[in-house]
Write a protein that binds this ligand. Structure first.
Ligand SMILES: [Zn+2]
Length: 112
């Protein structure tokens, strides 16, 4: 449950131009291995920066070497409000991770 495979593929986000290299697919064995995009019919990612959804679908597998142009590309750009909400959530998450680590380090330092 919740397993997938990583896809070796990267593009610039169509919305914010951030690098997207976190593509995943459930078409493979779903054992957290790395696959090439042409090995799967569907793979997707959401931009870590702005939450834009990018999905590639291959509906007809051609009898030749498959290129990314054979895939149907879907892009869903969130509204500016949704993008702002995502950024805030991401910032809070980063604060939680990195902020608490520093606090713990200080507390240890203050101990007897
Ligand atoms: Zn983006």
């Amino acid at each position: 449950m919740g397993m997938y495979d990583d896809i070796k593929f990267e593009i610039k986000c169509p919305n914010c131009k951030n690098k997207m290299d976190n593509f995943q697919s459930k078409n493979g064995p779903c054992i957290m291995i790395e696959l090439n995009f042409y090995q799967v019919d569907r793979f997707y990612a959401s931009c870590l920066n702005c939450n834009t959804w990018v999905e590639f679908n291959l509906y007809n597998r051609p009898n030749k070497k498959i290129t990314i142009n054979d895939y149907n590309k879907t892009v869903k750009i969130p509204t500016p409000e949704e993008q702002e909400a995502h950024r805030k959530k991401y910032e809070e998450f980063a604060k939680l991770i990195y902020g608490s680590k520093n606090k713990n380090a200080n507390q240890e330092g203050d101990g007897k």
